[in-house]
Design a protein around this ligand. Sequence first.
Ligand code: BDR
Ligand code: CA
Length: 312
Amino acid sequence: MQRILLDTDPGVDDAQAILMATAHAGSQVEAIFTVGGNVGIEHTTRNALTIVEAIGQDIPVFAGCESALVFEGEDAAWVHGNDGLGDANLVPQSRQVETEFAPTALLRMVTAEPDAFTLVAIGPLTNIALALRMDPTLPSKIKRFVVMGGAVTARGNTSNVAAEFNIFADPEAAHVVFEAWGKAGKLIELVDWEATVRYGIPFEKVAEWRALGTKRSTFFDTVSNRSFDRPSLTEGRTKMFAADPLALAVVIEPDCVTHAEDRFVMVETGGTYSRGQTVVDWDSRLKQEPNARIILKVKAERFFQLFEDGLK
Ligand code: BDR
Ligand code: CA
């Protein structure tokens, strides 16, 4: 059983990822930590509560950092809607956020049960960086750490074209996290934006999923409406990009990865054009031990099936 602690900024594809993970028989999401990112923390926390209520699972939600460690980054409301869930105006009816601060709750859980949890970060890395500063032994207490972030050959998806959103939203936090995992001699399993584009989901398949008629598929259809119907997001595309679900597929079924390479990854915090870039030492010029396992190929059909299973 994969016991998952999920750090997230829901976010439409975060919601899709939660649907997938919570439907998987071999996985258990035991806590959700929210962070500001796609939209502000008040929205991401409310959305996390809305999602767990919609799927009917009693997963505790802890609110974390509202802003980046040092500088305020750009948000992604133009993709996810001003409310973060496609401007669908969803609110939780009864679910309440826990009182404990997310980084504190994370440390409490992994300290009580070292090596028991897979930590998954599908938002900016602010909470994880803060937890690391509170307890530098964090990497040694975690079984696996999977991150959706980065663009490993600098084809990003932000106004800093080399940078991917989750890293660009808080480059200092990402730097702290990548450096700490390297120093601890552990590997971050990295699912980057370029893999997301390679494994885009054909819109025809998505149309079938929207029409499944289950409670989960109706929720999927409602929150994802902008991704399907908004020309500025879909123009020229034949596929839906699902970054966070791809990361969760790697989490819940590690066997769906067919090719990965271990490399040393640095996060650029300066530079007019390069801030937020994940710089990969592809040819091991620096003779540094790898700190990341970069996921390069997955079984596409298996990924699509896991996504669909999350909607049933
Ligand atoms: C990442 O950025 C966010 O907008 C998505 O939720 C995903 O986590 C993709 O770059
Ligand atoms: Ca996200």
